[in-house]
Design a protein around this ligand. Structure first.
Ligand SMILES: [Zn+2]
Length: 146
């Protein structure tokens, strides 16, 4: 299995696939502008999105670590699914980047023109408040972080 996950609807599930009860700290971190991951104290594996249990060694002994949020674009796709109820919505781009810390992250890519998107470009993860009040995270080009 490789390649970009298929995303069929506008409701990207990246904001839902984390059990809230064990990862409240993650959402609090986003509000503070921090990108947090969990790191297994037993085997050292880094998990993002944060996991309560280590998939590698099955330990539950995890600690929170802050990520730089900086990484390089590995792949991306433009999502141009526009059901009638979303006619006013713009097509959007979903990207996967590998962070300096070695984890791969799936998120929206914003603040860049399609023609300017290049594999390998440097990106920065930033928290973003969604229109419905939820907080998620998106990628932006590193150079435009002002
Ligand atoms: Zn582990």
């Amino acid at each position: 299995m490789s390649g970009l996950p298929v995303i069929k609807s506008r409701k990207l599930e990246i904001t839902y696939n984390i059990p809230i009860s064990k990862t409240v700290r993650f959402w609090e971190g986003l509000k503070e502008g921090k990108i947090l991951a969990t790191k297994c104290r037993n085997c050292g594996k880094l998990h993002f999105p944060p996991a309560a249990d280590c998939g590698q060694c099955l330990s539950s002994d995890m600690e929170w670590v802050e990520l730089s949020g900086e990484g390089k674009l590995i792949t991306y796709t433009h999502v141009i699914v526009r059901p009638k109820s979303f006619q006013e919505e713009q097509p959007y781009t979903v990207a996967i980047a590998e962070l300096k810390e070695g984890v791969k992250v799936l998120a929206w890519l914003t603040d860049v023109k399609r023609k300017d998107i290049k594999i390998g470009m440097e990106l920065k993860m930033v928290p973003k408040q969604l229109s419905d009040g939820r907080i998620a995270y998106v990628f932006k080009p590193l150079t435009t972080s002002a």
